[in-house]
Design a protein around this ligand. Sequence first.
Ligand SMILES: Cc1cc2nc3c(=O)[nH]c(=O)nc-3n(C[C@H](O)[C@H](O)[C@H](O)COP(=O)(O)O)c2cc1C
Length: 239
Amino acid sequence: MPLVRLKVLPVSAAAVLAACLGGGIMQGNDVGRGEPPPRIDLPRADGDAGSGLERALAGRRSVRRFTARPLTLEQAGELLWACAGRSADGVTGATRTVPSAGGIYPLRVYLAAGDVRGLAAGVYRYLPEEHELQLQSGEDRRRALAEAALGQMFIARAPASVVITARTARTARRYGARAQRYVHIEAGHAAQNLCLEAVALGLGTVPVGAFVDEGVGRVLEVDLQEEQPLYILPVGTPE
Ligand SMILES: Cc1cc2nc3c(=O)[nH]c(=O)nc-3n(C[C@H](O)[C@H](O)[C@H](O)COP(=O)(O)O)c2cc1C
């Protein structure tokens, strides 16, 4: 008897699910023979009845208008910790509030402070290991930062801005061309942490990506060959 070689057809996950639900084996757009694919109602999730994290997620929105209220040093510390701080997971030991490809941590985080109670105006680099600020410049550079951000003046009006940069070459040593992708992903993790922490503290922020690198480099006094600015996040009390 001649052997008949059966053709193996790709069966999509949706087709398998539909088959399990009693619709028989179907392929691609044929799911349900022209009927819309089945949908599953999910339990309610809008943050109202949820945890603090869920309330912060539901409350996050871009804030570009700030009151004149200063930030406190405690708030600045909480925001910076959420963005890049040190923590411990009990398994691998010391880690950070953000994941990092290969545990390389190529991001640097700065605070351009103008109106932070208990902190002289200036630009500071956050040191996650020590949870300290290291002075870069003793000038209030908020206006220069706003100008570097194509004149987005709410940056000058916020009491402080967090600026995230990446030293991409550090990640590239291990991951080559994928480093660019990885540092951008990591900046997203850090910025989102900051956005959520701001909501949790009754503050507001907006992630700003429109700026001229050279201008931000001058504000931070960093060498753009070594580190590239990725995000500016002005923080303050929402108006
Ligand atoms: C990569 C990126 C760059 C952004 N750049 C700016 C910016 O330069 N200026 C600004 O006001 N908002 C900026 N935003 C904020 C978006 O405009 C905002 O997230 C979007 O309108 C959705 O509104 P929501 O954040 O209130 O949900 C940026 C957001 C992202 C993710």
